[in-house]
Design a protein around this ligand. Structure first.
Ligand SMILES: Cc1cc2nc3c(=O)[nH]c(=O)nc-3n(C[C@H](O)[C@H](O)[C@H](O)COP(=O)(O)O)c2cc1C
Length: 188
């Protein structure tokens, strides 16, 4: 099972980088999945201004969009790392999603979020968006609260401060692998 970990923020000094490091280290210890980091910084895209990708699947208008689309196509499931910006999810993430459509369909998606309420508001909104993409949003998510964020920022290596969240990430990865396997078999 190929699980893609998508960093949903791109700004200078972003917290998502610490979360990505922790999640990728954790997933690397599992034998039941392969993890690939998809950093939206590596996929600079203009603001979406094309025809609806749902109506023209995989008809990519530019090389950059094609590169993102072909990357997402490889995945069996997604773990999106999301901040909460003004009680919503980051625009850079939605922009990337809007350039694609079929690449997400009939695959599971789950989230790790951070912020004052552990990114819960952003994650709930993303679950609604996921349904329109015919993704299967999972019940479990990882919520990183401000105390953990502060501890991570104090810790130069970063990952030890996430220790209390390890069981949650394990549960989430277990569920993601189950759904990824079930839906990959169903997609054929
Ligand atoms: C534009 C902006 C809006 C923000 N709005 C919220 C918010 O609504 N809720 C929240 O919990 N944190 C909010 N924050 C604080 C973020 O949780 C914090 O900056 C976090 O590090 C953002 O993730 P990033 O560093 O990966 O971009 C906001 C930050 C920015 C830059």
């Amino acid at each position: 099972m190929l699980i893609q970990v998508i960093t949903g923020t791109t700004r200078e000094g972003r917290f998502s980088e610490s979360v990505a490091r922790w999640v990728m280290e954790h997933l690397a210890t599992r034998a039941d999945l392969d993890a690939e980091l998809v950093d939206l910084r590596d996929h600079p895209l203009p603001f979406f201004d094309g025809p609806p990708p749902a109506r023209a699947p995989r008809e990519y208008p530019t090389g950059e969009v094609a590169r993102l689309g072909r990357t997402l196509d490889r995945a069996d499931g997604f773990l999106v790392l999301t901040a909460e910006y003004n009680h919503g999810y980051p625009a850079v993430l939605k922009n990337a999603m809007d350039w694609t459509f079929a690449e997400w369909q009939r695959k599971p998606i789950t989230f790790a979020g951070w912020g004052n309420v552990g990114g819960a508001r952003a994650i709930e909104q993303l679950r609604q968006v996921a349904v329109e993409f015919e993704l299967a949003p999972l019940r479990h998510a990882v919520h990183i609260l401000p105390e953990t964020m502060m501890a991570v920022r104090r810790d130069p290596d970063g990952t030890a401060a996430f220790a209390a969240l390890e069981p949650r990430l394990t549960l989430l990865a277990d569920e993601l692998v189950w759904w990824a396997g079930a839906l990959a078999a169903a997609r054929g």
